[in-house]
Design a binder for this molecule. Structure first.
Ligand SMILES: CC(C)(COP(=O)(O)OP(=O)(O)OC[C@H]1O[C@@H](n2cnc3c(N)ncnc32)[C@H](O)[C@@H]1OP(=O)(O)O)[C@@H](O)C(=O)NCCC(=O)NCCS
Length: 180
């Protein structure tokens, strides 16, 4: 992972904004009638990918989904509303933020239930990584998210380096790859 960012400025955050609405059905829920966390992560991944597609206009793969906050449970019958946009573009990757609300079916009130950050990598049809266009944040919120995205990237890079180092240190003691 490198820290450079060289794509020419070409996209606004608004041009990447995406939205998905789902009604939560019993098949999406656990035995208490609450939306399963894994199902919510699936919806988050899809909505995030939509923003990444709009930014890159090529194929994208999910490289990381980090820092998900599950703030409130979601119930069968709720309307789930997911909104995403690109926070920052790097070389071949983009960070996307996804925010999730529940719309109360009777009152129409909106409750924030989850947020997540994902990294998508742009690839062509042969799987070769593609350089992504730059992003120009415009509003105060977009500028704040743009700065935060760099800090999260630096954290991810440090964490990958730490894990590599820790794995190398323990590999000699545990030759079984499943246990190391
Ligand atoms: C994501 C993937 C393309 C990265 O490939 P790689 O050879 O490890 O790539 P590199 O380390 O050279 O990094 C390439 C880019 O990915 C980013 N990246 C790689 N691993 C990452 C991670 N764990 N978290 C966040 N970003 C990551 C790098 O920062 C880099 O971004 P940049 O070009 O904007 O600087 C590769 O690991 C892959 O194909 N993973 C499987 C993806 C997948 O199947 N996802 C689920 C289904 S869609």
């Amino acid at each position: 992972m490198s820290s450079t960012e060289t794509g020419p400025i070409a996209r606004t955050v608004a041009s990447t904004q995406s939205e998905m609405t789902e009604i939560i059905l019993p098949n999406d829920a656990n035995t208490l009638g609450n939306l399963l966390g894994g199902r919510l992560m699936h919806f988050i991944d899809l909505t995030g990918a939509m923003a990444a597609y709009r930014h890159t206009r090529t194929h994208v793969v999910t490289a990381a989904m980090d820092h998900i906050d599950f703030i409130q449970p979601v119930h069968v019958g709720d309307l789930l509303i997911l909104k995403s946009s690109v926070n920052r573009a790097f070389n071949t990757s983009v960070e996307v933020g996804v925010k999730v609300w529940v719309e109360h079916p009777q009152t129409g009130s909106m409750l924030h239930v989850a947020s997540a950050y994902l990294v998508f990598v742009a690839i062509d049809k042969d799987g070769k990584r593609q350089k992504v266009p730059g992003l120009q944040p415009e509003t105060a919120n977009e500028i704040r998210r743009y700065g935060d995205a760099l800090r999260r990237r630096e954290y991810r890079e440090a964490e990958v380096a730490r894990r590599k180092k820790a794995k190398a240190a323990t590999a000699a003691q545990s030759p079984d790859p499943i246990r190391s």
